[in-house]
Structures are given as C-alpha cells and as structure tokens.
Write a new protein. Structure first.
Lengths: 218, 130
C-alpha cells in the first residue's frame, strides 16, 4: 500500500512537471512517454521483490527527457517535425487528397468521423481539412457554408469582455481575481453593495469591464 | 519554463548520481565480500577453529550490505545469496564433527560466484544492456 501511494505521488508529480501538454491531446513522443511511465510505475507496485528505486529512477529520467524534448521541439522546428511530424492537408480546395490519405493510412470512415466531430456532415461544405500532428482533424468550411459574423452583417457589437468565476461556493478564487485585475477590496465592495456575506454567495462571476453577476446559496 | 528546465536537470543529475553510487557500492562491496570469503575459505582449508567466528562475522557483514543492495537489486537474487551465507556457520559446525571439508569449500565457491554475478548485474555492459 505504501509503495502504491509513493508511486502515485511520484507519477502525479511527473505528470505535473511534464505540464499541460501531456494531459490534453498527446503527440507521438508524449504518448510513448505516458505509456512507458504507466508500465514502469506498475511493476514495483505489483512486485515486492523489485526495488522501488528501479521504478523511480526511470520515471524521473523519462520526465526529464520529456521536458528536454518539449523544449527542443519549441526551439527547433526541424526537431519538432522529426518528433511530432507535421500537419497534412487531406482535403485541399474542396478536393480529397487520396495520396495524403494513403500516406496517413486514413480511411474514409476516419475522415468522415473527423468531419462529424467538427460538426460537418456534408463533405461538399469543406474547403480544407488538415490532419493535425496529434491525430485530430481540423477543418475550414467553404465561405458560403460559414455563418456570417456581426461585422459581415454590419451589426455594431461591443468588444468581447473576459468573464471569470470569482467566488465559488463561498470561497474566493485568487487566480480569477488576478485575471480580471480585481482585488479582495473590490469583492468586498460588491458584496457590501448587494448586502450579502461571502459565505452566502454560491456563484459570483465578474467581467473585465467591471460588471458582475451574483447567485446566492439556497 | 525555467523552473521545469531546472527540475529536469536536477532529475537527470539525481538519476545519474543514484546509478553511479549503486554501481560503485556494488563493485566495492562485492570485492570486499569476496575477499572476506576467500580468507574464510583458506581458514577452513587449514582447519583453523576461528572459522566459525569468521563465518558469523561474515553473516553480519552481509546483512548490513544487503540492506543497501535491496534499494537497487532484485530481492530474489539477494535472498538466494543470503540463504547461502546464512547456512555457512552451521555447515562449519557440521564439518567440525564430520571432518569433510569439500562441501563447505564448494559452498564458499558458490557464494563467491553468486556475489560476483550480483556485482555484474549493475555494470552497464553490453550483456546487461541487450
């Protein structure tokens, strides 16, 4: 049990050090690292005869290698292309690139699945489709199939404001306040104005333009 | 990003330090233990009554080293050596009454061979890497 707890802490720390890139869509190299780490971490947990260190050292090294390789990918586009590959057009100017699909070993079903995930059910409406390095498909619709934006329709609209959850279930989120440029004094002012205490607030959302919305606890 | 780079460097250096120290420790300890058992072997050959005490001392020394070995060596392999070392004092007692030393000397050779093998496990040789 102690070993399992230790390995859990170590692997959690490793994933945290590797950063958010590893948690979301995985690149080829990242997937390899995650698979190896999960396998290595499981061995000392299951077998008492294997020293814990023989699991900890490889996990530490793989974490370090992942950080170093992600920095190299960032610094050198050539290295990035070598490790992650590059996005490839599978639909170019409305035409399916069958050669690219063959190269990617992408079946028609895979392509249609990718399009459906982007909310597209008619291939005729796609101008460009790109197979990204993480295996997802990004699309650009033909302009006549895109919904018009406010600017195109000549409608005046306010600039977009940033909204953030400042208070959740009676506790203040310092990070949200930082994002909005607010401080504790500002929150206190809002609460005083509304005549409620912090503990009574279920949700308080704030906007970068200074406006806010409060939902009290039932 | 800078802190992640520092952590990565620290992890690489720490892993290198752990690997190097385990390699050095196993080399030094195995040589030391083999040297002791060789001496014990010659004491047994000369039918010295000191053999039993030396074997007991050797057991204690091995137990101390085993605690460190356990951090980086397969516990099954250590248990095999540990078992061979543990029965050594009793074998000396038995030999004193029966008078045949061949089995005892063979046991010492077996321990030396197993310890040498234990030392080889940590060396980053081509055999171990492949």
């Amino acid at each position: 049990m102690i070993r399992t707890l230790l390995m859990f802490i170590i692997v959690s720390a490793a994933v945290r050090i590797m950063g958010k890139r590893t948690i979301g869509e995985l690149q080829a190299g990242e997937l390899v690292i995650v698979l190896i780490i999960s396998d290595i971490a499981a061995i000392p947990m299951q077998s008492m005869e294997i020293p814990l260190l023989s699991g900890v050292v490889p996990v530490a090294l793989l974490t370090a290698f992942e950080v170093v390789s992600s920095i190299l990918i960032m610094k050198s586009p050539k290295f990035g292309r070598l490790v992650c590959g590059r996005p490839m057009l599978v639909i170019n100017k409305g035409e399916i690139d069958q050669k690219a699909m063959k190269e990617l070993r992408l079946t028609c079903e895979d392509l249609f699945e990718g399009l459906r995930k982007n909310g597209v059910f008619d291939i005729e409406s796609v101008e460009y489709a790109l197979m990204e390095t993480d295996g997802t498909i990004s699309i650009l619709k033909k302009s006549r199939f895109e919904p018009p934006c406010a600017q195109e329709m000549g409608i005046e609209s306010d600039d977009t404001v940033l909204r953030a959850l400042v208070v959740s279930d009676g506790s203040i989120d310092e990070n949200s306040m930082k994002i909005l440029g607010w401080d504790n004094k500002k929150v206190k002012e809002i609460l005083d104005k509304s005549g409620i205490g912090l503990k009574d607030v279920f949700i308080l959302t704030g906007c970068s333009d200074g406006t806010y919305k409060i939902i009290t606890k039932e | 990003m800078k802190s992640r780079v520092i952590i990565a460097i620290v992890l690489i250096l720490a892993s290198f330090a752990v690997s190097a120290s385990s390699l050095i420790y196993s080399k030094v300890t195995v040589d030391e233990m083999c040297d002791k058992i060789e001496k014990l072997r010659s004491v047994i050959s000369s039918s010295d009554p000191e053999a039993y005490d030396r074997a007991e001392q050797f057991c204690k020394d091995w137990e101390e080293s085993e605690k460190v070995f356990m951090l980086f060596t397969d516990h099954n392999k250590l248990e095999e050596v540990g078992f061979m070392v543990d029965i050594l004092p009793r074998m000396i007692e038995d030999t004193a009454s029966s008078g045949t030393k061949d089995e005892l000397l063979h046991q010492c050779e077996m321990i030396i061979a197993m310890m040498r093998h234990l030392g080889k496990l940590e060396i980053p040789s081509l055999e171990n890497l492949l």
